[in-house]
Design a protein around this ligand. Structure first.
Ligand code: PMP
Length: 459
């Protein structure tokens, strides 16, 4: 039974007239956007009854357990009836139970701070760094270093910490104290074709710390695997070297797991592939798979201790609040979401199906020379498109746009990168729900094949 009484044309007309869609103004929206109305697993149906296989997990890497999960809906329903809300300054059953469950997946981490979006989770991390600087370093150690191509959110501090041109352009001036360092994409080998590429790329971070002055640098933030900036897994040894550099200069390491978290990469968290322990981890999208808004800033006990209120020091505590970090149904949804991931072995499935997807893409690469690089981990894969493999010249952005459109015409939703670095809007993104079966993975590859075939004659 639909909640809406209006007919399809009325709803479409209202949408066109009144809704300001994310990432659009004008043209795209004027053309009329697809209105999805129902989902089941990886499959979506629009208001006209058209069926799609969604290889984007809700457009932006969110629906890790897939659509249509009654178990999560029931948990949310029950929590809303029991108690829908009380501010996060008080204790609650779901906040307590989810924190215990989450920390069980994150050895070395100790405290969970709740909020409601990825940007907000990163803002909290930055405020922790700033307050530690004020409390312990006379305000000096306040700078936050971020990496070119990484994205950390849409609010102004998170955007100040984001290395993506398209997102930043037109929104300056940015906050002081945020400093960029070079990306680590081995395929775009800016540090040369060397065996110890990871160490060289990490050296670029150390150079920036030394240039800025280690006593002014409080933290480094990176995505374990860069998402919107081009699906860039770190080169061998890179994250370990970044961790060592942070330790050497007493700099906190913040890992943005907003996309990578909750099984997406074939481990509970992306950083766990690399044997490091961060100081702060932020997460959002897959935490409740989009069944409710929730994000977390998770810290070690050391970070918590650094911000602890000392006896008689009433200014010592972390003066931060997130109104909707107190939505109890969100934590209940997160708990039910993790229970599904555990019971259905979705972290393992992500790793296994990720390999099948990679194999499928490599087979396509034998027939389509524009496939320059296939990379990723688990069900978090990217294809970098080039005009010719030897020069690695990126294709014009019209090519991935055409491929995304042809995929949609064949009933497959895929993503593509932002214009993070001028001229490099050339990566296709694939991130189906972690429940993907062999058959669904094969269907993704088959439909992509048809789309690549469609655009090839025009190149
Ligand atoms: N970090 C990363 C890595 C992201 O990809 C995003 C969103 N795409 C964010 C942070 C921001 O999350 P939100 O949109 O929930 O604020």
């Amino acid at each position: 039974m639909s909640t809406f009484e209006q007919d399809t044309d009325t709803l479409k007309a209202w949408d066109k007239a009144h809704v300001w869609h994310h990432m659009t103004t004008g043209q795209t929206a004027d053309a009329g956007l697809t209105m999805f109305v129902r989902g089941e697993g990886l499959w979506l149906w629009d208001i006209d009854g058209q069926e799609y296989l969604d290889a984007t997990a809700g457009g932006v890497w969110v629906t890790n357990v897939g659509y249509g999960r009654r178990e999560i809906a029931d948990a949310v329903h029950q929590q809303l009836l029991d108690l829908n809300y009380f501010a996060g300054s008080m204790a609650s059953k779901p906040a307590s139970a989810f924190a215990e469950k989450l920390l069980g997946k994150m050895p070395g981490m100790s405290r969970v701070y709740y909020s409601s979006s990825g940007s907000e989770a990163n803002e909290k991390a930055f405020k922790m760094v700033r307050q530690i600087a004020h409390k312990h370093h006379g305000g000096r150690k306040h700078k936050i270093l971020y990496r070119e191509r990484d994205y950390h959110g849409t609010t102004l501090a998170a955007l100040s910490a984001s290395g993506q041109m398209e997102r930043r352009e037109h929104y300056g001036p940015f906050l002081p104290g945020f400093v960029e360092f070079p990306h680590c994409c081995e395929y775009r080998s800016q540090f040369g074709d060397v065996e110890d590429y990871g160490a060289r790329a990490a050296q670029a971070l150390e150079d920036v710390i030394l240039r800025e002055g280690p006593n002014t640098v409080g933290a480094v933030i990176v995505e374990p695997i860069t998402a919107g900036g081009g699906i860039i897994p770190p080169p061998a040894g890179y994250l370990q070297a970044v961790r060592d550099i942070c330790d050497r200069y007493d700099v906190l390491l913040i890992l943005d797991e907003v996309v990578c978290g909750m099984g997406r990469t074939g481990a509970w968290f992306g950083y766990q592939h690399y044997g490091i322990t961060p100081d702060i981890v932020t997460m959002a999208k897959g935490v409740a798979s989009g069944y409710a808004a929730i994000s977390c800033t998770v810290t070690t006990e050391r970070v918590y201790e650094l911000l602890k209120e000392d006896a008689g020091d009433t200014l010592g505590y972390f003066r931060d609040i997130s109104t909707f970090g107190g939505c109890l149904a969100s934590q209940a949804a997160a708990l039910a979401n993790v229970a599904i991931i555990e019971r259905e072995g979705l972290v393992e499935n992500s790793a296994r199906q990720g390999e099948r997807l990679t194999e499928g893409f490599r087979t396509l690469a034998e027939r389509y020379p524009m496939i320059g690089d296939v990379r990723g981990k688990g069900l978090f894969q990217g294809i970098e498109l080039v005009t010719d493999r030897a020069s690695r010249q990126p294709v014009d952005e019209s090519v991935p746009m055409a491929i995304v459109a042809r995929c949609k015409a064949h009933g497959l939703l895929i993503g593509r990168t932002n214009r993070c670095v001028p001229g490099f809007n050339n990566v296709l993104n694939f991130s189906p729900a972690l429940t993907a079966t062999d058959q669904e993975i094969d269907t993704i590859v088959e439909r992509l094949d048809r789309a690549l075939h469609d655009v090839t004659p025009t190149l």
